[in-house]
Design a protein around this ligand. Structure first.
Ligand code: FAD
Length: 387
Protein backbone atom coordinates (compact mmCIF):
# COMPACT_ATOMS: atom_id res chain seq x y z
CA UNK A 1 0.00 0.00 0.00
CA UNK A 2 1.23 3.52 -0.81
CA UNK A 3 2.60 5.57 2.08
CA UNK A 4 0.48 8.49 3.28
CA UNK A 5 1.97 11.94 3.70
CA UNK A 6 -0.12 14.44 5.63
CA UNK A 7 0.81 18.12 5.42
CA UNK A 8 -0.89 20.36 7.96
CA UNK A 9 -1.14 23.97 6.79
CA UNK A 10 -2.03 25.18 3.31
CA UNK A 11 0.33 28.16 3.11
CA UNK A 12 3.33 28.40 0.82
CA UNK A 13 5.43 26.04 2.97
CA UNK A 14 2.73 23.35 2.84
CA UNK A 15 2.14 23.83 -0.86
CA UNK A 16 5.82 23.71 -1.67
CA UNK A 17 6.21 20.58 0.49
CA UNK A 18 3.37 18.89 -1.40
CA UNK A 19 4.88 19.76 -4.77
CA UNK A 20 8.38 18.60 -3.82
CA UNK A 21 7.02 15.38 -2.32
CA UNK A 22 5.18 14.59 -5.55
CA UNK A 23 8.24 15.41 -7.65
CA UNK A 24 10.32 13.08 -5.50
CA UNK A 25 7.82 10.25 -5.33
CA UNK A 26 5.02 9.48 -7.78
CA UNK A 27 3.42 6.85 -5.54
CA UNK A 28 3.06 8.50 -2.14
CA UNK A 29 -0.46 9.67 -1.19
CA UNK A 30 -0.36 13.38 -0.41
CA UNK A 31 -2.97 15.30 1.57
CA UNK A 32 -2.68 19.02 2.25
CA UNK A 33 -4.92 20.33 5.04
CA UNK A 34 -5.94 23.96 4.53
CA UNK A 35 -7.05 25.45 7.84
CA UNK A 36 -8.38 28.63 6.24
CA UNK A 37 -10.80 26.55 4.14
CA UNK A 38 -9.35 27.86 0.91
CA UNK A 39 -6.45 26.69 -1.27
CA UNK A 40 -3.01 28.31 -0.79
CA UNK A 41 -2.86 31.97 -1.80
CA UNK A 42 -0.26 34.72 -2.09
CA UNK A 43 -0.26 36.01 1.48
CA UNK A 44 2.13 38.93 0.77
CA UNK A 45 -0.46 40.47 -1.56
CA UNK A 46 -3.51 40.40 0.70
CA UNK A 47 -3.41 44.14 1.47
CA UNK A 48 -4.12 44.83 -2.21
CA UNK A 49 -7.66 43.70 -1.49
CA UNK A 50 -8.20 47.02 0.33
CA UNK A 51 -7.67 48.71 -3.03
CA UNK A 52 -9.91 46.40 -5.03
CA UNK A 53 -7.95 43.24 -5.88
CA UNK A 54 -10.23 40.19 -6.19
CA UNK A 55 -9.19 37.49 -3.68
CA UNK A 56 -9.62 34.82 -6.38
CA UNK A 57 -6.64 36.31 -8.18
CA UNK A 58 -4.41 35.48 -5.23
CA UNK A 59 -4.64 31.71 -5.60
CA UNK A 60 -1.20 30.19 -6.21
CA UNK A 61 -2.45 27.08 -8.04
CA UNK A 62 -5.79 26.12 -9.56
CA UNK A 63 -7.77 22.93 -8.97
CA UNK A 64 -6.50 21.39 -12.18
CA UNK A 65 -2.91 21.64 -10.95
CA UNK A 66 -3.78 19.84 -7.70
CA UNK A 67 -5.57 17.08 -9.66
CA UNK A 68 -2.66 16.66 -12.06
CA UNK A 69 -0.18 16.52 -9.18
CA UNK A 70 -2.42 14.06 -7.32
CA UNK A 71 -2.42 16.28 -4.24
CA UNK A 72 -5.64 15.99 -2.29
CA UNK A 73 -6.86 19.10 -0.48
CA UNK A 74 -8.70 18.78 2.83
CA UNK A 75 -10.30 21.78 4.52
CA UNK A 76 -10.49 22.67 8.22
CA UNK A 77 -8.30 23.02 11.27
CA UNK A 78 -6.49 20.04 12.74
CA UNK A 79 -7.33 20.13 16.43
CA UNK A 80 -5.34 17.14 17.70
CA UNK A 81 -2.95 14.44 16.58
CA UNK A 82 -2.80 10.93 17.98
CA UNK A 83 0.79 9.87 17.41
CA UNK A 84 0.20 6.26 18.46
CA UNK A 85 -2.47 5.59 15.82
CA UNK A 86 -1.07 8.26 13.42
CA UNK A 87 -4.36 10.08 13.05
CA UNK A 88 -5.03 13.79 12.84
CA UNK A 89 -8.40 15.00 14.06
CA UNK A 90 -10.14 17.82 12.19
CA UNK A 91 -12.46 20.38 13.77
CA UNK A 92 -15.48 18.66 12.18
CA UNK A 93 -14.64 15.46 14.09
CA UNK A 94 -13.26 13.53 11.10
CA UNK A 95 -9.81 11.88 11.10
CA UNK A 96 -6.99 11.74 8.56
CA UNK A 97 -4.41 8.96 8.85
CA UNK A 98 -0.75 9.34 7.96
CA UNK A 99 2.61 7.59 7.84
CA UNK A 100 4.68 10.77 7.48
CA UNK A 101 3.73 14.18 8.81
CA UNK A 102 4.77 17.72 7.85
CA UNK A 103 3.80 20.63 10.09
CA UNK A 104 3.45 23.81 8.05
CA UNK A 105 1.13 25.70 10.36
CA UNK A 106 2.79 29.09 9.89
CA UNK A 107 2.51 31.89 12.40
CA UNK A 108 -0.09 34.28 13.73
CA UNK A 109 0.25 38.02 13.92
CA UNK A 110 1.33 39.39 17.26
CA UNK A 111 -0.88 41.84 19.14
CA UNK A 112 1.08 44.14 21.46
CA UNK A 113 0.30 43.86 25.13
CA UNK A 114 -1.82 47.01 25.46
CA UNK A 115 -4.88 47.63 27.62
CA UNK A 116 -8.02 46.85 25.58
CA UNK A 117 -6.11 44.66 23.12
CA UNK A 118 -8.95 42.08 23.14
CA UNK A 119 -11.43 44.47 21.55
CA UNK A 120 -12.76 43.16 18.26
CA UNK A 121 -11.53 46.22 16.38
CA UNK A 122 -7.92 45.40 17.30
CA UNK A 123 -6.91 42.99 14.55
CA UNK A 124 -3.61 41.23 13.82
CA UNK A 125 -2.94 41.24 10.10
CA UNK A 126 -2.20 37.76 8.80
CA UNK A 127 -5.03 36.02 6.98
CA UNK A 128 -7.52 36.89 4.26
CA UNK A 129 -10.20 36.71 6.96
CA UNK A 130 -8.39 39.53 8.83
CA UNK A 131 -8.52 41.68 5.70
CA UNK A 132 -12.25 41.04 5.45
CA UNK A 133 -12.76 42.07 9.08
CA UNK A 134 -10.70 45.23 8.68
CA UNK A 135 -12.45 46.17 5.43
CA UNK A 136 -15.83 45.79 7.14
CA UNK A 137 -15.00 48.55 9.66
CA UNK A 138 -15.02 52.02 8.14
CA UNK A 139 -13.18 54.99 9.62
CA UNK A 140 -9.64 55.91 10.63
CA UNK A 141 -7.04 53.17 10.87
CA UNK A 142 -4.07 53.02 13.21
CA UNK A 143 -1.36 50.64 12.06
CA UNK A 144 0.91 49.33 14.80
CA UNK A 145 4.22 48.33 13.25
CA UNK A 146 6.61 50.16 10.95
CA UNK A 147 8.05 47.18 9.08
CA UNK A 148 7.23 46.01 5.55
CA UNK A 149 3.85 44.68 6.57
CA UNK A 150 2.73 47.80 8.41
CA UNK A 151 3.80 50.06 5.57
CA UNK A 152 2.04 47.98 2.93
CA UNK A 153 -1.14 47.88 4.99
CA UNK A 154 -1.00 51.62 5.65
CA UNK A 155 -0.46 52.39 1.98
CA UNK A 156 -3.40 50.33 0.74
CA UNK A 157 -5.72 51.50 3.54
CA UNK A 158 -4.76 55.08 2.86
CA UNK A 159 -5.34 54.68 -0.88
CA UNK A 160 -8.75 53.24 -0.13
CA UNK A 161 -9.61 56.65 1.33
CA UNK A 162 -8.99 56.17 5.05
CA UNK A 163 -7.11 58.43 7.36
CA UNK A 164 -4.12 56.31 8.35
CA UNK A 165 -1.35 56.62 10.89
CA UNK A 166 1.59 54.27 11.43
CA UNK A 167 2.90 53.77 14.96
CA UNK A 168 6.58 52.82 14.95
CA UNK A 169 8.29 51.58 18.08
CA UNK A 170 11.78 52.74 17.13
CA UNK A 171 13.15 55.99 15.84
CA UNK A 172 12.96 55.11 12.17
CA UNK A 173 10.97 53.21 9.56
CA UNK A 174 11.99 49.85 8.06
CA UNK A 175 14.86 49.44 10.47
CA UNK A 176 15.56 45.87 9.28
CA UNK A 177 15.61 46.84 5.63
CA UNK A 178 17.21 50.30 5.55
CA UNK A 179 20.08 51.99 7.32
CA UNK A 180 19.54 55.34 9.04
CA UNK A 181 20.18 57.45 5.94
CA UNK A 182 17.91 55.36 3.71
CA UNK A 183 15.24 55.34 6.37
CA UNK A 184 15.23 59.14 6.69
CA UNK A 185 14.96 59.47 2.90
CA UNK A 186 12.09 56.98 2.88
CA UNK A 187 10.22 58.79 5.66
CA UNK A 188 10.05 61.84 3.38
CA UNK A 189 8.36 59.71 0.71
CA UNK A 190 5.85 58.29 3.19
CA UNK A 191 4.88 61.74 4.43
CA UNK A 192 4.65 62.96 0.85
CA UNK A 193 2.22 60.07 0.21
CA UNK A 194 -0.08 61.47 2.91
CA UNK A 195 0.42 58.76 5.52
CA UNK A 196 1.12 60.03 9.03
CA UNK A 197 3.92 58.43 11.04
CA UNK A 198 4.35 58.46 14.82
CA UNK A 199 7.80 57.16 15.72
CA UNK A 200 9.15 56.15 19.14
CA UNK A 201 5.61 55.17 20.04
CA UNK A 202 4.51 52.28 22.23
CA UNK A 203 0.83 51.36 22.14
CA UNK A 204 -0.50 51.53 25.71
CA UNK A 205 -4.28 51.37 25.41
CA UNK A 206 -7.16 51.18 22.96
CA UNK A 207 -10.48 52.53 24.08
CA UNK A 208 -13.41 54.64 22.90
CA UNK A 209 -12.24 54.92 19.31
CA UNK A 210 -8.75 55.94 20.34
CA UNK A 211 -5.32 54.38 20.24
CA UNK A 212 -3.22 55.84 23.06
CA UNK A 213 0.55 55.67 23.26
CA UNK A 214 2.59 55.46 26.45
CA UNK A 215 3.90 59.01 26.01
CA UNK A 216 0.35 60.40 25.94
CA UNK A 217 -0.10 60.80 22.19
CA UNK A 218 -3.53 59.66 21.01
CA UNK A 219 -4.96 58.85 17.58
CA UNK A 220 -8.52 58.37 16.40
CA UNK A 221 -9.02 54.72 15.55
CA UNK A 222 -12.04 52.85 14.23
CA UNK A 223 -9.70 49.93 13.73
CA UNK A 224 -6.24 49.12 15.07
CA UNK A 225 -4.28 46.92 12.67
CA UNK A 226 -1.37 45.09 14.24
CA UNK A 227 1.62 44.36 12.03
CA UNK A 228 3.99 43.97 14.93
CA UNK A 229 5.79 40.67 14.48
CA UNK A 230 4.71 37.06 14.40
CA UNK A 231 4.38 34.09 16.73
CA UNK A 232 4.98 30.64 15.31
CA UNK A 233 2.08 28.22 15.70
CA UNK A 234 3.62 25.29 17.56
CA UNK A 235 0.68 23.85 19.49
CA UNK A 236 0.37 20.60 17.55
CA UNK A 237 4.14 20.07 17.55
CA UNK A 238 4.30 20.60 21.31
CA UNK A 239 1.40 18.21 21.86
CA UNK A 240 3.39 15.55 19.99
CA UNK A 241 6.44 16.22 22.16
CA UNK A 242 8.58 17.83 19.44
CA UNK A 243 11.32 20.16 20.67
CA UNK A 244 10.22 23.76 20.31
CA UNK A 245 11.64 27.15 21.09
CA UNK A 246 10.08 30.19 19.35
CA UNK A 247 9.30 27.76 16.53
CA UNK A 248 9.43 24.01 16.02
CA UNK A 249 13.12 23.17 16.04
CA UNK A 250 14.29 21.53 12.81
CA UNK A 251 17.59 20.27 11.45
CA UNK A 252 19.00 20.88 7.98
CA UNK A 253 16.61 18.29 6.55
CA UNK A 254 13.71 20.16 8.15
CA UNK A 255 13.13 17.20 10.41
CA UNK A 256 11.83 17.85 13.90
CA UNK A 257 13.17 16.05 16.97
CA UNK A 258 10.58 13.31 16.23
CA UNK A 259 11.10 10.59 13.63
CA UNK A 260 8.74 10.84 10.66
CA UNK A 261 7.76 14.45 11.47
CA UNK A 262 9.08 17.48 9.55
CA UNK A 263 8.28 21.18 9.89
CA UNK A 264 8.74 24.11 7.51
CA UNK A 265 7.97 27.78 7.04
CA UNK A 266 6.98 30.31 9.69
CA UNK A 267 6.25 27.60 12.27
CA UNK A 268 9.81 26.25 12.02
CA UNK A 269 12.99 27.42 13.70
CA UNK A 270 16.27 26.60 11.98
CA UNK A 271 19.56 27.44 13.70
CA UNK A 272 17.79 29.72 16.16
CA UNK A 273 15.86 31.64 13.55
CA UNK A 274 12.24 31.79 12.43
CA UNK A 275 12.57 33.42 9.02
CA UNK A 276 9.08 34.86 8.52
CA UNK A 277 9.71 35.22 4.79
CA UNK A 278 7.86 33.85 1.80
CA UNK A 279 10.94 32.61 -0.09
CA UNK A 280 12.38 30.92 3.01
CA UNK A 281 9.04 29.18 3.69
CA UNK A 282 8.94 27.98 0.10
CA UNK A 283 12.52 26.66 0.19
CA UNK A 284 12.04 24.98 3.57
CA UNK A 285 8.77 23.40 2.44
CA UNK A 286 10.50 21.94 -0.62
CA UNK A 287 13.20 20.37 1.56
CA UNK A 288 10.69 18.96 4.04
CA UNK A 289 8.48 17.58 1.27
CA UNK A 290 11.31 15.93 -0.65
CA UNK A 291 12.75 14.31 2.49
CA UNK A 292 9.38 13.12 3.75
CA UNK A 293 8.84 11.47 0.35
CA UNK A 294 12.12 9.59 0.56
CA UNK A 295 14.62 11.89 -1.19
CA UNK A 296 17.60 13.50 0.53
CA UNK A 297 17.73 17.27 0.55
CA UNK A 298 19.39 19.81 2.78
CA UNK A 299 18.19 23.33 3.48
CA UNK A 300 20.64 26.04 2.46
CA UNK A 301 19.44 29.39 3.83
CA UNK A 302 19.71 32.24 1.39
CA UNK A 303 20.91 35.70 2.30
CA UNK A 304 17.59 37.46 2.80
CA UNK A 305 16.52 40.13 0.37
CA UNK A 306 13.57 42.48 0.88
CA UNK A 307 11.28 44.10 -1.64
CA UNK A 308 8.38 46.41 -0.95
CA UNK A 309 6.06 48.12 -3.35
CA UNK A 310 4.15 50.76 -1.41
CA UNK A 311 3.87 54.50 -0.77
CA UNK A 312 4.09 55.07 -4.53
CA UNK A 313 7.65 53.78 -4.57
CA UNK A 314 9.70 50.60 -4.35
CA UNK A 315 12.18 49.67 -1.68
CA UNK A 316 14.71 46.89 -2.11
CA UNK A 317 17.58 45.88 0.13
CA UNK A 318 19.94 42.97 0.25
CA UNK A 319 22.86 41.73 2.28
CA UNK A 320 24.69 43.61 5.01
CA UNK A 321 23.23 47.08 5.42
CA UNK A 322 24.86 47.64 8.79
CA UNK A 323 28.39 47.94 7.42
CA UNK A 324 29.81 51.34 8.37
CA UNK A 325 31.43 51.91 5.01
CA UNK A 326 28.51 53.09 2.89
CA UNK A 327 28.40 55.27 -0.22
CA UNK A 328 25.09 56.77 -1.31
CA UNK A 329 23.60 58.66 -4.22
CA UNK A 330 20.27 60.40 -4.46
CA UNK A 331 18.03 62.20 -6.89
CA UNK A 332 15.64 64.13 -4.68
CA UNK A 333 13.39 65.37 -7.50
CA UNK A 334 12.81 61.83 -8.74
CA UNK A 335 12.75 60.47 -5.15
CA UNK A 336 15.45 57.93 -5.96
CA UNK A 337 18.08 56.77 -3.48
CA UNK A 338 20.85 54.20 -3.69
CA UNK A 339 23.38 53.07 -1.15
CA UNK A 340 26.12 50.49 -1.37
CA UNK A 341 27.75 48.98 1.72
CA UNK A 342 31.27 47.62 1.88
CA UNK A 343 33.18 45.33 4.20
CA UNK A 344 36.88 44.77 3.78
CA UNK A 345 36.82 46.64 0.47
CA UNK A 346 34.15 44.50 -1.19
CA UNK A 347 30.43 45.01 -1.81
CA UNK A 348 28.50 43.47 1.11
CA UNK A 349 25.01 44.93 0.78
CA UNK A 350 22.84 47.53 -0.92
CA UNK A 351 19.58 49.41 -0.69
CA UNK A 352 17.53 51.00 -3.45
CA UNK A 353 14.55 53.32 -3.13
CA UNK A 354 12.52 54.39 -6.15
CA UNK A 355 14.46 52.95 -9.06
CA UNK A 356 15.00 49.27 -8.31
CA UNK A 357 15.90 48.30 -11.88
CA UNK A 358 19.50 47.28 -11.10
CA UNK A 359 18.60 45.06 -8.14
CA UNK A 360 19.42 41.77 -9.84
CA UNK A 361 22.81 42.98 -11.07
CA UNK A 362 23.57 44.41 -7.63
CA UNK A 363 22.50 41.17 -5.94
CA UNK A 364 24.88 39.24 -8.19
CA UNK A 365 27.66 41.73 -7.44
CA UNK A 366 27.09 41.34 -3.67
CA UNK A 367 27.14 37.55 -4.00
CA UNK A 368 30.32 37.78 -6.04
CA UNK A 369 31.90 40.24 -3.52
CA UNK A 370 32.63 42.85 -6.21
CA UNK A 371 35.44 45.23 -5.26
CA UNK A 372 34.49 48.70 -4.03
CA UNK A 373 35.88 50.77 -6.89
CA UNK A 374 34.15 48.70 -9.58
CA UNK A 375 30.85 48.62 -7.65
CA UNK A 376 30.78 52.40 -7.28
CA UNK A 377 31.57 52.89 -10.94
CA UNK A 378 28.93 50.37 -12.01
CA UNK A 379 26.05 51.25 -9.72
CA UNK A 380 26.29 54.81 -8.44
CA UNK A 381 25.61 57.46 -11.06
CA UNK A 382 28.49 59.94 -10.65
CA UNK A 383 26.37 63.09 -10.89
CA UNK A 384 24.32 62.47 -7.78
CA UNK A 385 26.80 60.74 -5.52
CA UNK A 386 26.24 61.77 -1.89
CA UNK A 387 29.34 61.00 0.18
C1 FAD B 1 0.30 40.98 4.71
C2 FAD B 1 1.59 40.20 4.62
C3 FAD B 1 2.57 40.63 3.74
C4 FAD B 1 3.77 39.92 3.64
N1 FAD B 1 4.71 40.35 2.77
C5 FAD B 1 5.84 39.63 2.61
C6 FAD B 1 6.82 40.03 1.64
O1 FAD B 1 6.68 41.05 0.97
N2 FAD B 1 7.93 39.25 1.50
C7 FAD B 1 8.11 38.11 2.25
O2 FAD B 1 9.13 37.42 2.08
N3 FAD B 1 7.20 37.72 3.16
C8 FAD B 1 6.08 38.44 3.36
N4 FAD B 1 5.15 38.03 4.28
C9 FAD B 1 5.42 36.82 5.08
C10 FAD B 1 5.03 35.57 4.27
O3 FAD B 1 3.74 35.70 3.78
C11 FAD B 1 5.15 34.36 5.20
O4 FAD B 1 6.49 34.24 5.61
C12 FAD B 1 4.72 33.07 4.50
O5 FAD B 1 3.42 33.17 3.98
C13 FAD B 1 4.81 31.90 5.49
O6 FAD B 1 4.26 30.76 4.90
P1 FAD B 1 3.86 29.50 5.77
O7 FAD B 1 3.29 28.53 4.80
O8 FAD B 1 4.98 29.09 6.63
O9 FAD B 1 2.73 30.00 6.79
P2 FAD B 1 1.29 30.60 6.51
O10 FAD B 1 1.27 31.40 5.27
O11 FAD B 1 0.90 31.27 7.79
O12 FAD B 1 0.39 29.34 6.29
C14 FAD B 1 0.10 28.44 7.31
C15 FAD B 1 -1.29 27.90 7.10
O13 FAD B 1 -1.50 26.87 8.07
C16 FAD B 1 -2.79 26.99 8.59
N5 FAD B 1 -2.88 26.32 9.87
C17 FAD B 1 -2.38 26.71 11.09
N6 FAD B 1 -2.70 25.81 12.05
C18 FAD B 1 -3.42 24.85 11.43
C19 FAD B 1 -4.06 23.66 11.89
N7 FAD B 1 -4.02 23.29 13.16
N8 FAD B 1 -4.75 22.92 10.98
C20 FAD B 1 -4.81 23.29 9.67
N9 FAD B 1 -4.21 24.39 9.18
C21 FAD B 1 -3.53 25.17 10.05
C22 FAD B 1 -3.02 28.49 8.66
O14 FAD B 1 -4.39 28.77 8.75
C23 FAD B 1 -2.39 28.92 7.33
O15 FAD B 1 -3.32 28.83 6.30
C24 FAD B 1 3.97 38.75 4.43
C25 FAD B 1 2.99 38.35 5.34
C26 FAD B 1 1.80 39.05 5.44
C27 FAD B 1 0.75 38.60 6.42
Amino acid sequence: MAEKLLIIGGGVAGLSAAQAAREANSEIEIRLVCGEKRPPYYRPRICEIFTGLDAERLLVRNQQWFSEMKIELAYGMVTAIDAASRQAKLADGSYLGYDKLILATGARGNIPDARGKDKDWVIALRYLADIERIAAISGPAVIVGDGLLGLEAAWHLSRSGRSTVIIGRGGRLLSHQLDHEGSVFFLGIVEHAGVRVALNGELAEVDDGLALLEDGRGFEAAVVVCAAGIKSITKLARSLGAECNSGVIVDQQMQTSLPGVWAAGDCAEYQGRVYGLWTAAMAQGAVAGANAAGAERLYQPERPGYMMNAMGTKVWSYGDILAEDGVSARDVAAMHFRKLFFRDGVLAGAELIGDTAPMLQIKKAVDAAMDKETAIKEFLPARTRGN
